[in-house]
Design a protein around this ligand. Structure first.
Ligand code: FES
Length: 158
């Protein structure tokens, strides 16, 4: 997604402020990316080049970090974010079937956001709730022992 000129200016302001905040820090890339993500809901491509230049890295190195961590988004998430566990213990308790139902009801695939911007569904690999699976996080709140109806209600697609 390409930002408008005003949004690009705003993103560059966030970057500049974060660079100042973390100027004396060793290894400031991740904290700066977290600042940008928190302020803008995404890591816009427009910040990659100036960020790389400021940290004396290549743009490819910065992009490698952004694309490695799932929590850094290249597009803003929906109003509600459901992170559904796909790791083994939850799979054994039916998480894949839950996921298929939810994705079909929402009309999106993993990592997607509904056209109305209300819901994003992301995969996650273990939330530490293995004994209480299937588990998920809804807007950062852990939920466990999910059934199709509770998950769909939590996701707002019931
Ligand atoms: S496997 Fe799902 S929470 Fe651990």
């Amino acid at each position: 997604m390409t930002l408008t000129d005003a949004s690009t200016d705003s993103a560059l302001e966030v970057l500049a402020a974060s660079l100042v905040t973390h100027a004396d820090r060793e290894g400031p890339l991740l904290p700066i990316l977290h600042d940008i993500q928190a302020a803008l809901g995404q890591i816009p491509s427009e910040v990659l080049k100036p960020l790389a230049a400021a940290l004396q890295m290549t743009e490819a190195e910065v992009w490698g970090v952004v694309s490695f961590y799932h929590d850094f988004r290249q597009e803003p998430a929906g109003e509600r974010v459901v992170k559904l566990c796909r790791a083994e213990a939850c799979q054994a308790r039916g998480s894949e079937e839950l996921a298929e139902d939810l994705l079909r009801k929402a009309g999106i695939s993993w990592g997607g956001t509904t056209a109305d911007g209300r819901l994003t569904i992301d995969p996650v690999y273990c939330l530490g709730l293995c004994a209480c699976g299937p588990a998920a996080q809804v807007d950062g709140r852990p939920v466990a022992r999910l059934t199709p109806s509770t998950l769909q209600k939590l996701a707002g697609v019931a």
